[in-house]
Design a protein around this ligand. Structure first.
Ligand code: ZN
Ligand code: ZN
Length: 768
């Protein structure tokens, strides 16, 4: 295929900024299809705006002329920049608006005046006085609202999926409208190929595109549960997604269920989502999941009835199978009028039917809107009544309640089959939460990722629709996954030693599900992701997370201590998650997060212990050297004396081991004054220099997190920002400033550790 050259698309995610020095003038190859895409898609999108053209974040080539030439040769005239390009941190700016007032509702006493930059992927506000930058990823924007004109200008209220909300007052109405319409376009692309993940390229050489895509395989997770076995088999009937296109290609079903049963059951279930195994406990009780039956008021399906009998029979210890319908009874009954509904206990032998009353996605969406309003309340009364009317905590509790019901049944040895309507929202929530309560593996970092891969990604939770990645029906958006993370957090509060991961892990996961920076959560089901070739074209969140593992560790975790979690669901124990929904609210969080402080102390101790080991070794070798030199000096002077007097004064050869004896003997043959045999002055100096280097390379004191207010790059630290210590100087940096690890000469282990840029320069020069 013929390729033409295009300047490399820059990477400028929140935590990686391309430095001018980093940019080499290399050009990436881009296919003619991609150029076609640049020209067609972008021109179409921007014709309507009739405004600033958009070029995907091309970094500054060393000569701006190169960029101009390239654009003139390859791009549609409308996409070419007809003025001098503006750059910010090497990112091409689409729009730059000066004199913008930012009203941060968290500290809105003083509004800040600064400059707003609009790039292809971020909205950046720069406060020149505090030297602070506020970066908002377009994909994180949930809504942009034009507020009524004020005397100072035209305000835009931006609410983010990360629960940041900020208002920019732009002096000229025309500029404001321009920014508004551009953001509306950019935050929810029409075309899936315009999602951030398809443009994102990592600047870190530690992260390669293929990393993480092979971390989880559904078959491996089933093998961990010892499936297939005598009761359960792997069916290939959904190999090409013919049976059910929103299901995984590999399905585990009862061994006794033949093809006609599977086919019949699938046809009798909404969207073909037939009952399939998702979790098998050690006592042979299992959780299966599916969608509602197409039963209407009286329809029956022999194959579907047979299917449930076969599921029941896989568990020899129980004579009954629980069928859990997570919906409120009234919703399930209403569905009957549409030819759907629920199982009739009279037709399904040996089943026990339960309605468990979790509300639908529309109720949850409305609840979140009210919860966000709750966070904006100023008075205590306002906060309490708003929290109550949102019903959020009640919904979280009903989720935990249903999951706990399922987990209890499994513990008692009764298998459960779960469904809601289509079986991809509430069913995903409760199946994964029940498994989280039952199996300690799912409470490890790897296990939690596996759980998400299985019950959310493989079984087809509609991430695209529920997160609103693309411009779709707003009624499809719902915080279903956020509620799952919230429920997990509630369990973590109750059992702080049972989870390997911390709160930050959940927040990062949440934000990246929304950011579309990685292809992991793109699409609505497994088949979508295969069709989109995300594993070839995009980075995996799991690969990225593997490089940041040390940030997610819960220092209180005691593996093996907690078998199953039986949550206490007293209403007093269901808490409002301040760290998620009010995380940008300054002043409501502790200045020192206890988890971060513990982790920091643990790392500091590890560094010091490593240094102690190194120094102990050093002292040993210096001792050796000194005693060797001293003995040589002694021998030499004895020889001198012997030569002078003609007789031996002291022969201490027996004090040496054989190797040293032979060394000494050979030295004896040489001239007694030969200087090489003792430590020379220059040797000593080198040794001293080296030791000084080693000692200086390990910080004995680490700056306390409490006193850290700004990074060396003058970025003010906010509560939610991850702060990292440089292990060499002990100072605290933001994640943009510490992105490299390097082994320190003063450590015995030689393990690469985080170092700041200035220290990296020093240690990398010293080491060979
Ligand atoms: Zn440093
Ligand atoms: Zn910094």
């Amino acid at each position: 295929m013929e390729h033409i050259k295009i300047p490399k698309i820059s990477d400028y995610s929140d935590d990686s900024i391309v430095q001018p020095s980093d940019f080499k003038q290399d050009f990436d190859l881009v296919s003619p299809e991609e150029i076609k895409y640049f020209n067609e898609t972008l021109v179409n999108d921007y014709e309507e705006l009739n405004r600033s053209p958009l070029i995907f974040g091309l970094p500054i080539p060393q000569k701006v002329a190169d960029l101009r030439n390239w654009m003139e040769e390859n791009l549609h005239p409308q996409l070419r920049i007809d003025h001098e390009p503006i750059f910010f941190h090497d990112i091409l700016v689409i729009r730059k608006v000066e004199n913008v007032r930012m009203i941060d509702r968290y500290n809105n006493k003083n509004s800040i005046v600064g400059t707003l930059y609009l790039t292809a992927t971020h909205l950046i506000f720069v406060d020149p006085e505090a030297n602070a930058e506020t970066w908002i990823l377009h994909m994180h924007i949930a809504s942009v609202e034009k507020l009524p004109l004020s005397t100072t200008g035209s305000p835009l209220l931006i609410r983010c999926k990360t629960f940041l909300s900020v208002t920019f007052v732009i002096a000229k109405e025309r500029d404001s409208h321009d920014v508004y319409s551009t953001l509306i376009k950019l935050c929810q692309p029409v075309n899936i190929q315009n999602l951030y993940c398809f443009q994102y390229t990592s600047s870190s050489e530690e992260l390669v595109k293929s990393a993480g895509w092979d971390f989880f395989k559904l078959e491996n997770e089933f093998r961990r549960m010892k499936v297939p076995n005598d009761e359960w088999q792997l069916t290939t009937m959904n190999k090409d997604y013919a049976l059910c296109d929103t299901y995984p290609s590999q399905l585990i079903v009862p061994r006794a269920a033949d093809k006609s049963i599977l086919l019949g059951s699938s046809q009798f279930r909404s969207k073909g989502r037939l009952p399939a195994l998702t979790y098998l406990h050690s006592n042979k009780a299992s959780i299966s999941r599916c969608s509602q039956p197409l039963s209407g008021f009286s329809a029956r399906c022999m194959e579907d009835e047979q299917m449930l009998q076969e599921i029941k029979k896989t568990n020899p210890h129980s004579k009954v199978l629980y069928v859990v319908d997570t919906r409120p009874r009234i919703n399930a009954m209403a569905n009957r009028a549409a030819g759907k509904g629920y199982e009739n206990e009279l037709f399904y032998e040996n089943t026990k039917f339960h309605f468990l009353g979790i509300e639908n996605i529309h109720t949850m969406r409305a609840s979140l809107v009210k919860l966000i309003e709750t966070c904006e309340q100023k008075s205590m009364n306002g906060f309490l009544s708003s929290l109550e009317s949102s019903g959020w905590l009640k919904h979280i509790r009903s989720m935990l309640d249903t999951s706990s019901f399922i987990a209890n049944a499994i513990s008692k040895g009764i298998s459960v089959m779960v469904h809601c309507s289509d079986g991809w929202d509430r069913t995903s929530q409760v199946c994964s939460l029940a498994a989280l309560m039952l199996d300690p593996f799912y409470r490890t970092i790897k296990g939690f990722q596996t759980l998400i891969e299985k019950d959310w990604l493989a079984f087809g939770h509609k991430f695209n629709d529920r997160c609103g990645h693309l411009q779709t029906d707003p009624k499809e958006i719902s915080p279903v996954f956020t509620q799952f993370l919230d429920s997990t957090w509630q369990l973590m509060l109750q059992r702080p030693n049972a989870f390997e991961f911390n709160e930050r892990f959940l927040l990062i996961l949440h934000d990246h599900v929304m950011s579309c920076q990685f292809g992991t959560f793109i699409g609505n089901c497994e088949k979508d992701r295969i069709d989109l070739k995300v594993s070839e074209k995009t980075f995996s969140l799991w690969g990225y997370m593997a490089n940041h593992m040390n940030e997610y560790i819960n220092p209180l975790y005691c593996p093996g201590e907690v078998e199953d979690i039986k949550p206490n669901l007293s209403p007093q124990l269901i808490r409002f998650w301040r760290g998620m929904y009010a995380r940008f609210e300054s002043g409501v969080h502790p200045r020192e997060n206890i988890g971060d402080t513990l982790l920091e102390s643990r790392e500091h101790c590890a560094s010091l212990e490593d240094h102690v080991q190194h120094l102990t070794k050093r002292i040993g070798s210096i001792k050796n050297l000194i005693s060797k030199s001293a003995k040589k000096l002694q021998t030499n002077s004895a020889n001198l004396l012997q030569t002078a007097t003609g007789r031996s004064i002291n022969d201490n050869k027996f004090n040496y081991d054989n190797k040293k004896l032979s060394e000494l003997q050979s030295a004896d043959h040489d001239h007694p004054l030969k200087s090489d045999d003792v430590l020379s002055i220059s040797d000593c100096n080198n040794e001293v220099n080296q030791i000084t280097n080693e000692i200086n390379s390990v910080a004995l004191d680490w700056k306390s997190l409490r006193s850290a207010s700004v990074c060396a790059c003058s970025t003010p630290f906010s509560q939610e920002m991850k702060k990292t210590h440089c292990w060499r100087c002990g100072e605290i940096f933001c994640t943009r400033c510490i992105d490299k690890t390097f082994p320190l000469p003063g450590h015995n282990s030689g393990k690469p550790v985080p170092v700041c840029r200035a220290c990296l320069k020093i240690v990398s020069q010293v080491s060979p």
